[in-house]
Design a protein around this ligand. Structure first.
Ligand code: ATP
Length: 441
């Protein structure tokens, strides 16, 4: 399949998943808005993560911290000093890029197999560029009122370690999970919603006893990889990448990425890091507040180590779309479908009256009304049934139900499955349970 990304960007726009931000003003670079279906799907991704990380476990608590934090937080975390990318400009082409993302330092605007031909490009030395967005708190724009838009959600978790531990009476090992916006003034955003300057993260920080950290790192590697498998990503498209040498961040003792094979290559989807006691140590030092943990069982006092799982919500959504995109041939036409996991699909079921008469629309409306409290349903009576199926396949709706003349006779409908195209007759009275079983697996 050629140009899968182009096809997805265009489908996303046409069907209301993702629009360019401020489009009537010509758009703004790397900012995107989630439309009716996209916002539903994004909520489904977040709900699936939140459920796996909090509802299903009694050793993880949830948190929703503020985006703006005390500016000292970012000194303690190392972001003021270290959260930089090497920025290189080409004076000839006016291109700007990240030196660390290129195999060899050459201007990306002059791709050529012949190194000798690059002489006309004049590159500047790399300059370190801090990725944090700055703004001012209050009416006076002066140094003392500088605050940052958080570049990661994790720091909100670290500074609340004691609040959460004490209020929830958790004992180490335990974790804190959070979903929220983060902002990075990326030098080269791109690839649709893969890398943007405003994005959402789904992060979990797990606090453990020193010495048990590598075991927990292995545990979380397995759990997080499994989450993608469980939500329908093809396993052969996922792999681990180990951070080595210079790639290891200043805080990390060991780190892995879960990578996905995007149409533009293998790229990070989620980071799983052993952050040692760096974070609590730094916040203890900078805030002057003791953050040590007293282990009642062993009577030991220590600063917990942290194993983090840090996923991008937008990037996950892109992965789910890319991985689900299918084209197959049906009756001489190309059928486009999104084989999304039913839990993530923005519409779970569509209901069609075969014709707009004989009381069929009324029955279909009634089915919609009965299913609506339990799942996202969609009613459609316009056009041939084949076209209605196509429209639902294209947005990943896993089940389509048709009300026909047989329905009048025996109160059943056909339920057609998106991926197998199999149709079976189900009694209207059993529909809700039938669909819920299929959706929840
Ligand atoms: P890179 O080196 O590619 O800039 P990173 O290693 O700094 O990324 P992390 O800090 O580990 O990324 O961020 C954790 C996760 O947050 C990433 O795996 C990704 O899913 C998401 N993420 C990070 N930056 C962006 C961005 N600019 N746009 C969208 N998602 C992002």
């Amino acid at each position: 399949m050629d140009n899968v990304m182009d096809k997805i960007v265009s489908l996303a726009k046409r069907r209301g998943f993702v629009f360019p931000s401020s489009e009537i003003y010509g758009g703004i670079n790397s900012c995107w808005d989630y439309g009716p279906l996209g916002s539903r799907m994004k909520n489904n991704v977040k709900r699936a993560w939140w459920k796996a990380m909090t509802q299903m476990r009694d050793d993880i608590e949830g948190l929703d911290a503020a985006i703006l934090m005390h500016p000292r937080v970012w000194e303690a975390s190392g972001h003021v000093e270290n959260f930089t990318d090497p920025l290189v400009d080409c004076k000839t082409c006016k291109a700007r890029f990240r030196a660390d993302k290129l195999d060899m330092v050459q201007c990306p605007k002059k791709p050529s197999k012949h190194p000798g031909e690059h002489h006309e490009c004049e590159l500047t030395e790399p300059r370190l560029f801090n990725l944090m967005f700055k703004t001012f708190m209050g009416p006076v724009e002066e140094d003392a009122s500088v605050v940052y838009l958080r570049p990661e959600t994790a720091q909100g978790i670290y500074v609340n370690f004691d609040n959460v531990r004490v209020s929830s009476r958790q004992k180490v090992p335990f974790g804190i999970a959070q979903i929220g916006k983060a902002f990075r003034n990326e030098i080269t955003p791109g690839n649709f919603i893969f890398r943007t300057r405003e994005f959402e993260q789904m992060e979990m920080q797990f606090f453990v006893k020193p010495g048990t950290d590598m075991e927990w790192l292995e545990h979380w590697k397995g759990v997080r990889m499994q989450w993608y498998h469980d939500h329908g990503i093809r396993p052969e498209k996922l792999r681990f990448h180990t951070h080595e040498g210079k790639e290891l961040a200043h805080y990390a003792k060991a780190a892995y990425d879960i990578e996905y094979e995007f149409p533009f290559g293998w790229q990070e989807l989620e980071g799983i890091h052993n952050r040692s006691d760096f974070d609590l140590g730094q916040h203890q030092k900078f805030s002057g507040k003791k953050l040590e943990y007293f282990d009642e069982a062993t009577k030991e006092k220590y600063l917990p180590y942290i194993v983090e799982t840090s996923a991008g919500c937008d990037r996950s959504l892109l992965t789910f779309l890319v991985d689900a995109y299918r084209e197959d041939e049906q009756e001489g036409e190309v059928r486009v479908s999104l084989a999304l996991h039913p839990l993530l699909a923005p519409i779970k079921a569509a209901v069609f009256p075969l014709v707009k008469k004989d009381g069929l629309p009324e029955i279909a409306h009634q089915i919609v009304a009965e299913l609506r409290p339990h799942m996202e349903v969609f009613y459609d009576e316009s056009g041939a049934v084949g076209r209605r199926y196509r429209r639902m396949d294209e947005v990943g709706t896993p089940f389509c139900m048709t009300v026909d003349s047989e329905t009048l006779a025996n109160q059943s409908v056909t339920v057609r499955e998106r991926d197998t195209l199999l149709q079976e007759r189900i009694n209207i009275a059993d529909l809700k349970d039938h669909l819920r079983r299929k959706i929840e697996g």
